[in-house]
Design a protein around this ligand. Structure first.
Ligand SMILES: Cc1cc2nc3c(=O)[nH]c(=O)nc-3n(C[C@H](O)[C@H](O)[C@H](O)COP(=O)(O)OP(=O)(O)OC[C@H]3O[C@@H](n4cnc5c(N)ncnc54)[C@H](O)[C@@H]3O)c2cc1C
Length: 388
């Protein structure tokens, strides 16, 4: 980096992905490197494949008809500092030796000196037999709208909520869904006619042990059945059954899943990892290439795939790149910090906060935390801009 400073050549920072991680890192860099950007010593570009930024936590509320898909979207340009150049394009390859990005079609390649990859995860329901036809989910805008319409018609039978994908986005959403459904169905006067069963692929109800210990008696209290070590192998949409790898079968009338997730084929094409980008869990530097960072869901860091984790990682990487641009040693480190609100119904929530070496403590749910979650959902657009 110091050679660029010595030669006076402009340094080009490129960020791929206009979701939570990419947007926050772009805005933080625009603030940190304001002087260098204004002087033309640094160029900052965010490349993303959609003109809109999507705030996915809204989808949970869409399913229960409490929010609209439009509430989850804002144009990227509105959220980005004016110093950030925005390019709407899909990156198909990264040549980490030549430091160059390739795009779909004949679109012009883009060179970088510092690269941040924040391309998130991909949903792959088609990897489970019968799931696309047999199951619903709220993990995409279209999926949440379809589920909303289905739930509105659902007044009796067996609701099965099944986490299939590991890893999956958001540690909270799988348990929030049955807990909200319980109260939402009561309010609609049909809870007595509906059985709810929650299934999880591990031997306990949640990946985090303290969350599993807390939610297991809560499910019992709320009349929500629990099936653990439930590794879904196939769904039969005609018979309305879901089958596990160890031969168990569960009948359903409505199946809501956390669908399987995959990383990005960009990771393997660029040789940055096999599916997830391999990074140092503290510095977030790619282990297989120089001057490449990755943040958020696309990384292999051992914490939850959560927007809060992507946000904290963005701060660390912005700090490190700003140091590198100035020829200083980068010192910022990520400690695994993740914070998630957990709705426990229509009016109460709790939250968990944890790190690589810190297990979460689950506090009693309260109305205050529920309102804090709703307030955060509104103020998200400020945090994405880097204002909070
Ligand atoms: C229903 C639901 C509820 C959730 N609730 C919470 C919650 O309460 N709290 C929480 O912390 N997290 C929550 N999450 C998780 C959170 O949304 C994600 O962890 C977060 O969005 C990850 O940010 P990211 O920047 O890594 O990826 P994303 O936000 O997914 O952004 C990735 C971006 O990269 C773009 N992109 C992908 N590939 C390319 C390419 N090849 N070229 C160019 N652009 C590309 C995409 O279009 C997208 O803009 C929830 C998720 C869901 C689905």
């Amino acid at each position: 980096m110091s050679s660029d400073r010595e030669t006076g050549r402009e340094q080009r920072i490129v960020i791929v992905g206009g979701g939570t991680g990419g947007t926050v890192v772009a805005n933080k860099l625009a603030t940190e490197l304001r002087e260098e950007l204004d002087a033309g010593d640094v160029d900052l570009t965010l490349v993303t494949d959609s003109p809109d930024h999507v705030y996915k936590p809204i989808f949970l509320y869409v399913a229960f008809n409490r929010k609209d898909v439009a509430d989850s979207r804002r144009p990227n340009r509105e959220l980005l500092d004016q110093r950030v150049d925005l390019r709407i394009d899909r990156v198909v390859d990264v040549d980490t030796d030549a430091r160059r990005l390739a795009f779909e079609g004949e679109n012009e390649a883009l060179s970088y000196d510092h690269l941040v990859v924040a391309t998130g995860t991909t949903l792959v329901p088609e990897t489970i037999d019968g799931l696309t036809d047999g199951g619903h989910h709220f993990y995409s805008a279209a999926g949440a709208e379809r589920l909303r319409d289905e739930l509105a018609e659902f007044t009796s039978g067996h609701l099965v909520v099944s986490t299939i994908g590991m890893p999956h986005m958001c540690p909270a959403a799988p348990i929030e869904f049955p807990l909200i459904a319980d109260e939402w169905l009561q309010k609609r006067g049909c809870r007595d006619d509906i059985d709810i069963t929650y299934t999880y692929p591990l031997e306990r109800a949640h990946g985090l042990e303290s969350v599993a210990d807390w939610v297991t008696p809560l499910f019992e209290e709320r009349g929500i059945g629990l099936e653990t070590s439930f590794e879904v192998e196939a769904v039969d949409p005609d018979r309305q059954t879901v089958a596990t790898t160890d031969g168990r079968t569960l009948e359903y009338d409505l199946l809501v899943t956390i669908p399987p997730h995959a990383g990005s084929d960009l990771a393997s094409r660029a040789d940055l990892g096999d599916e997830w980008i391999e990074v140092d869990r503290h510095t977030l530097e790619a282990t297989r290439a120089d001057d490449v960072y990755a943040i958020g869901d696309i990384t292999d860091v051992p914490t939850s795939k959560a927007g809060s984790a992507a946000h904290y990682q963005a701060g660390v990487v912005a700090d490190r790149i700003a140091s590198e641009v100035r020829g200083h040693p980068p010192t910022a480190r990520y400690d695994g910090k993740t914070l998630c609100f957990v709705e426990t119904g229509l009016e109460k929530a709790t939250f968990v906060s944890f790190g690589y070496d810190e297990q979460p403590v689950v506090r009693p749910p309260s109305r205050f935390v529920h309102w804090a979650k709703l307030a955060y959902n509104e103020s998200y657009w400020l945090t994405a801009r880097g204002l909070l």
